[in-house]
Every structure is written in structure tokens, then in C-alpha cells.
Ligand binder design. Structure first.
Ligand code: GAL
Length: 493
């Protein structure tokens, strides 16, 4: 907490723009939210059991620390105009729920809407912002997801939406309780152009659904800046969302992030490879990583995607820069929906490293190659980047994925003693003990992945990528490497 206050004071005195200046979400927030798998089926026992699993399965210690309760928790307002929790669903009361979550070393997130009702038609916070922010603070909330339904027509220009969301931001601030502020207005009114002034993250799309690339008329917009795209929609696939954010991926910054929506990993609609691709892209695009599966029913294969420290280290990289898309090939084999494309994404990481994602969203397996000139395009076009002339080691970030058998043992373990033995055996990365920043400084092997080869100066990365999957690599310079970003990293650290 002291560190938070210092960051806050520094921001004020130096006039530095650091996102919304509340010191939170310096790296994308991580945690869990019930909506994708459970919708309105919320209760005290759900939050209790989920928090327990987050701790016991080691997920808290790889970084998932926010437990976020979505819509459908309230029972309307009392006579003084304060929201009441539904005591049938939360019999101990919301403060006690928050206490229990805090006791487990986790943080508590709540939900409301900048409208007269929430999307599931519970009382909304529009024009009740001060009262509601007070309630959230009094209950002990550390996070507010703030939705967009029933806004009574107060949208249509960036300024109108900005003003509506700013009222809650001011109300939160006046409570004095640090709360991560997460906008959920689905990218409407160009949120990516103003979200960073008042929020720690902003949704940039209609709701995700559990499909890798299936088009759906409910989510027709692939280009959010298209004026004919009248509604952000819902039922948006992973590929649809990725294609929307491509044009403004670089708006992500420490303190404020493009939110690609909660994860679908483990919900059953995609293959293992598709879930790995979904997780990799969300991490590299610096989206918040909020697990969206029912953790009471967590499988070993989902756990070993969600707990991959080499991929999470990209999400939590101290440089805080998103990957950018450097190539999109549409002239490739299509799948049964007529969808097919190949993409190459690349971005700078701490210490002059670079992350590269080869995405095969085509209808069949393919070879994908990317030259150093392309990979370092944003450091200078047409081979002018110094990085193009260097030799690079290539580390595969999925090669050391945890074995399912070990993960299953962890899920089946009884008692702390057995668990801590298993975590040791599994060489589990514990970010509670050593942050990703520290781990990266120390070049912890678990964050690096597995070395699989090198790229010669002026050379290319060239890999076979299975259909509907990604290959994800960390490139490390053999020589001086990415000097510019070393300097950058120093400033940031
Ligand atoms: C949607 C929102 C979802 C979920 C839902 C609750 O507007 O995008 O993530 O919060 O409302 O009703």
C-alpha cells in the first residue's frame, strides 16, 4: 500500500501521465469472473469455493488475484437509496464475503452498470454513483467492472460516454479506497481514445463467446471504426475480437489496457490448441486475464494452459507494451465457415527481448515464416532497425507446458502439506514470492520457455503451425540486442 501511495504522489508531483494515476494495473489485471460460465448463477458459496480453488490450485500464486462478481447480485435499493445485496444469495452479507476473499490473499471485484439497470435488469448506478461507490468501498471492493446497459440514451459521442463514465471514476476516488476501474462499454464511442484518462481497462468489443473463429450475425462488426457498424454485438469469436483490436493495440499502457473480454479457456467450445491460441493472444495483447471458467470443475488441461508462467510473463512484462500485427494473409485455406487467415504479431519485451506469435487461423496446417525485418518492423522500416542485423535465440513459450498428470495430482491433493510438496516437484512459479519483474531480471528459466534454435542476422523464423493454433516465441539477442528497449526498460523499472 505504501508503494501505491508513493506512486500516486510521484504522479501528481511530476505530472507524469501514468494511466489513470491510481497506481493500479501497472500490468494487466489477472483474476476470475463468473459471467462467461455461470451468468446469473451467483452466490456466496460460489465465491467461497472458487477462491479456495484459486489458492489450492496455485493459480493465485501465478498471479490471478482478483475474484470478480458480475451481474445479478443485488436486491435493489433501500429507502435511503443504497444498493442492497441479495441476502438469499449472499446470506453473510457482502462485507463478510469480501473479508473471506481478502483472508485468502485475494482481492474482491464488483459489478454495476452506468445505466438505470444492469444488463440483467438489476438496479443500475446511473445518477446514483456517489451512493454506490460508497457502498462498494464500505463492502471492501477492490475493483469495479462498470457496464453499459440501459444508459438512457446518454451515448453517441465520445464526450457523452466519457462524461457518463467519469462520474463513477470521481465517485470512486472520493471514497479514498483504491479500486481498479474496469469499463465495460464494449468499445462504443471509441473507448480506446478516452478510456485511459479515467480507467484501468476498457472493453473494446461486444461479448466474447466460446468459439475460435465462427462468424455470428450477433457480432457482425469486425472493424469498430466502421461507421456502419451500428452495434458492438455479442457472440464475438476470438478471431473477431483480435481483428478489431489490431488497429489500436498500441493504446495499451501501464495503468490502462484494452480489455478483450474474459477468457473462455475451459468452457468446452474450443479445442486445446484454440484455447492455447486464445490465451497467448490475450497475454501478448495485454488484455486483462480474467479466467471465465467454472473453477469448481477445473480440468488438468485447462490448468496447464492458465498456469503457464512463460506466457504470463509476457502479459506481466514490465515494459507494458502490446504486440502489434505486422502481417495478415487472407489468401489461405478457409475452414467450413469460409473463414481463414494467417497473422504474424510481434512486440517488444523487457531487456530487449521480443515476443512473436505466428497465428494460423486458416482451414489447414501451414508453414509460417517471418523475417527479422518484419519482426522488428516497428523499430524501423525496411531493415533499418539495428535488431535485424543481430543473431537471436528462439525460446518456445509453450514447450515447457506442465504435464497434465502433475496438474491432476495438484487438483486431487488433500491438505497443504501434500500441495506444497507437489508445487515443489512441479517447480511452480510463485509470483507472490517473486514478481514477474524480479523473475525476468533474474532470467528465471521458467519464464523463458525452452530454447529451440537461433535466427541468424538478417534471417527468418520459419515454423509449421497447426490449423487453429499459434506458435509463440521469446527472442533473445545473442549480442547487444534491442539496446533501445534496454534503455526504455530502465526508465520504466
Ligand atoms: C454484458 C457484459 C458482460 C456481462 C453481462 C452481465 O453487457 O459485457 O461481460 O457483464 O453484461 O449482464
Amino acid at each position: 500500500m505504501a508503494a501505491l501511495h508513493i506512486a500516486f504522489a510521484l504522479a501528481i508531483f511530476t505530472g507524469n501521465a501514468i494511466g489513470v494515476n491510481n497506481g493500479l494495473a501497472r500490468t494487466p489485471q489477472m483474476g476470475w469472473n463468473n459471467w462467461n460460465s455461470l451468468g446469473c448463477d451467483v452466490s456466496e458459496s460460489l465465491l467461497h469455493d472458487t477462491s479456495k480453488t484459486i489458492v489450492d490450485s496455485g493459480l493465485r500464486d501465478v498471479g490471478y488475484n482478483y475474484v470478480v462478481l458480475d451481474d445479478c447480485w443485488s436486491a435493489g435499493r433501500d429507502e435511503e437509496g443504497f444498493l442492497q445485496e441479495d441476502l438469499d444469495k449472499f446470506p453473510s452479507g457482502m462485507s463478510n464475503v469480501a473479508n473471506e476473499i481478502h483472508k485468502k490473499g485475494l482481492l474482491f471485484g464488483m459489478y454495476s452498470s452506468a445505466g438505470e439497470m444492469t444488463c440483467a435488469r438489476y438496479a443500475g448506478s446511473l445518477d446514483w454513483e456517489e451512493n454506490d461507490a460508497k457502498s462498494f468501498a464500505n463492502w471492501g471492493a477492490d475493483y469495479l467492472k462498470y457496464d453499459n446497459c440501459y444508459h438512457m440514451g446518454r451515448f453517441g459521442t465520445p464526450k457523452i460516454s466519457f462524461d457518463r463514465y467519469k462520474v463513477m471514476w470521481d465517485a470512486i476516488n472520493s471514497t479514498g479506497r483504491p479500486m481498479l476501474y474496469s469499463l465495460c462499454n464494449w468499445g462504443e464511442d471509441y473507448t480506446h481514445t478516452w478510456g485511459m484518462s479515467i480507467a484501468n481497462s476498457w472493453r473494446m468489443s461486444g461479448d466474447i463467446y466460446d468459439s475460435f473463429s465462427r462468424p455470428d450475425d450477433l457480432c457482425s462488426c469486425t472493424d469498430a471504426s466502421n461507421p456502419h457498424c451500428i452495434a458492438p454485438g455479442s457472440h464475438c469469436s476470438v478471431l473477431n475480437i483480435v481483428n478489431k483490436v489490431a488497429a489500436y493495440a498500441d493504446r495499451a499502457q501501464p495503468g490502462g489496457w484494452n480489455d478483450l473480454d474474459m477468457l473462455e479457456v475451459g468452457n468446452g467450445g474450443m479445442t486445446d490448441e484454440e484455447y492455447k491460441a486464445h490465451f497467448s493472444l490475450w497475454a501478448a495483447l495485454k488484455s486483462p486475464l480474467l479466467m471465465g471458467n467454472d473453477l469448481r470443475d477445473l480440468s488438468a488441461s485447462s490448468l496447464t494452459i492458465l498456469n503457464n508462467p512463460a506466457v504470463i510473463a509476457v502479459s506481466q512484462d514490465p515494459l507494458g507494451r502490446s504486440v502489434a500485427r505486422i502481417r495478415r494473409d487472407l489468401n489461405v485455406a478457409k475452414d467450413k465457415y469460409g473463414v481463414g487467415e494467417i497473422q504474424v504479431w510481434s512486440g517488444a519485451l523487457y531487456d530487449g527481448d521480443q515476443v512473436v506469435i505466428l497465428l494460423n487461423a486458416a482451414g489447414e496446417d501451414a508453414r509460417i515464416s517471418a523475417s527479422l525485418e518484419e519482426i522488428f518492423l516497428h523499430e524501423g522500416p525496411e531493415s533499418s532497425a539495428p535488431q535485424v542485423k543481430e543473431e537471436w535465440e528462439v525460446y518456445d513459450l509453450w514447450a515447457n507446458r506442465m504435464d497434465n498428470a502433475i496438474a491432476q495430482k495438484i487438483l486431487d491433493a488433500q491438505g497443504e502439506e501434500e500441495l506444497s510438496k507437489l508445487f515443489k516437484e512441479a517447480n511452480w512459479y510463485n509470483a507472490t514470492e517473486m514478481s514477474y519483474k524480479e523473475g525476468l531480471k533474474k532470467k528465471d528459466q521458467r519464464l523463458m520457455g525452452k530454447k529451440i534454435g537461433k535466427i541468424a542476422p538478417g534471417g527468418s523464423l520459419d515454423k509449421k503451425v497447426k490449423r487453429h493454433s499459434v506458435e509463440m516465441y521469446r527472442l533473445k539477442s545473442v549480442g547487444q540486442g534491442g539496446k533501445r528497449y534496454k534503455m526504455h526498460a530502465k526508465e520504466e523499472l
